[in-house]
Ligand binder design. Sequence first.
Ligand code: SF4
Ligand code: SF4
Length: 138
Amino acid sequence: MIELVVRDRCTGCGRCVRVCPTNVFDFVDGRPVIARQDDCQTCFMCELYCPVDALYVAPNAERPTPVDEQTIVASGLLGEYRRNSGWDEWRDIPNLFWRQGEIFARARSRAPGPSAQDTASKLSSTEAVEIAEWPPRS
Ligand code: SF4
Ligand code: SF4
């Protein structure tokens, strides 16, 4: 679930607001604000699209995970999902279909936890998601 927008890092590009499928953010004074956290699907799209790793999505999709901003920034977790998923290898490929299933599978296979490989094997099939607007507007 989305937990944090690090305002000091945020450039106000608005990508997270545009890609969020459930309209979790409002845009206030040039920055995104988490306005409807309960609507978050923990899809990590906002993390993937953020160009400066200013967002933190906690892996618990069932309930909020209160976090301390300084601790999260110091931990190096910001942008971890983007790095682990291999997103950067595909972000500049200009086509309308992005193989999200494979991206998610790779991230899960690299995440700690006893069931990571099992999860990856279930997800690494043929799931594809159409991205209506690619690459995103800046
Ligand atoms: S994780 Fe997905 S649903 Fe949640 S705020 Fe980010 S883009 Fe929206
Ligand atoms: S994508 Fe990142 S930099 Fe852009 S508005 Fe959202 S948090 Fe700020």
